[in-house]
Design a protein. Structure first.
Length: 337
């Protein structure tokens, strides 16, 4: 590039050549270079096959120990603790509980089926259970008393049918005079219509000369309902018409219709103590009869129990010369089989 010259008109005597300073050189344009340092690209990691997380061995061992007991309540309690402790392992814990419940249900169904087959194949002399009750006293000296009380109860439970046989006897003599003589024999059959509801038939014979009758025959039938049916608690009610034929000591034979109602209650307070209460009523226009029996049994051994009971019997219109109400307290031993 040339230098520019500036010419100026000046007098000749003053003319001189004037040089201007050189023009500045152009500054070269520099393009900046930016370098980006990238990390080394990682190579793919090798694939390693791994199963899902497993329940810790100590928790598993605790659950397996509970399952070996076979008690569902124990298993449920341990499962709850395990879920609270290891909530992320809930699927495996629940799976162990479900497997236990399924196996328990299978065993229970198999046991029930085997019991049903055993009952169906049994004959009339099998499946009977019962108990024998006996008590007695003897006094000599200033008094000369003798008395005894006894009872036999037999029960046979099938799939739909239940048969009950009852025999009782009370006898007391004071100074040669019979002061109590009461006997009873009864049979009852129940047929289950559906859960809790059943129909029944009952026949009964009684003798109580002190109360004024030598023989009393009763025949009844009707409906009943099991209000409570648990292992430790049971309550059933019955109602139906009844036909009674009574042969009195002094009065003529009498045949009457009445309405029978009855109640049967039992409560196993614990493994050693049992409370029982029975009550019945024959209500009619003539002589109605009301009876109750309250008992408490305490275990002496596995099959032997001591029993204290109180019986009450009331006749609304007994024969002349006899009392309306008769009571007796008993202490006896009961053997179950």
């Amino acid at each position: 590039m040339g230098l520019p010259l500036v010419l100026a008109a000046v007098p000749a005597q003053a003319q001189t050549l004037v040089h201007l300073p050189p023009a500045p050189q152009p500054v070269p344009f520099i393009v900046p270079v930016v370098a980006v340092a990238l990390p080394t690209y990682p190579w793919p990691m090798p694939f390693v096959a791994a199963g899902p997380p497993r329940l810790p061995e100590n928790v598993r061992a605790m659950l397996e120990a509970a399952i070996r007991t076979g008690d569902s309540a124990t298993v449920a309690a341990v499962v709850k603790v395990a879920l609270d402790t290891k909530p992320y392992d809930k699927d495996e814990i629940r799976a162990m509980q479900k497997a236990f419940n399924d196996e328990a249900a299978r065993l229970a169904a198999a046991k029930a089926n085997a019991e049903t087959q055993r009952i169906r194949q049994s004959d009339i002399f099998q499946l009977w259970t019962g108990k024998v009750e006996a008590g007695a006293f003897r006094a000599t000296g200033n008094t000369n008393n003798f008395g005894f009380s006894g009872a036999i109860n037999l029960d046979r439970k099938g799939i739909d049918w239940q048969h009950t046989i009852q025999l009782t006897a009370d006898y007391q003599k004071d100074k040669g005079t019979v002061t109590r003589e009461q006997y009873l024999a009864g049979y009852q059959a129940r047929y289950t219509l559906r859960d809790g509801l059943f129909t029944y038939g009952r026949t009964q014979w009684e003798r109580n000369a002190i109360q004024g009758y030598d023989d009393r025959y009763s025949l009844s039938g009707g409906l009943g309902y099991r209000v409570i049916k648990r292992k430790d608690l049971a309550l059933s009610l019955e109602i139906g018409p009844a036909l009674r034929r009574t042969r009195y000591v002094t009065d003529p034979v009498e045949t009457t219709w009445s309405t029978l109602t009855s109640l049967d209650f039992s409560w196993n307070v614990d493994d050693a103590v049992k409370f029982t209460q029975t009550a019945s009523s024959y209500i009619e226009t003539g002589n109605s009869t009301f009876t109750t029996n309250t008992g408490i049994e305490a275990g002496v051994s596995k099959k032997l129990k001591a029993k204290l009971s109180y019986s009450f019997e009331h006749e609304t219109s007994p024969p002349a010369g006899t009392l309306r109400t008769d009571t007796i307290s008993r202490f006896s031993l009961v053997y179950g089989f």
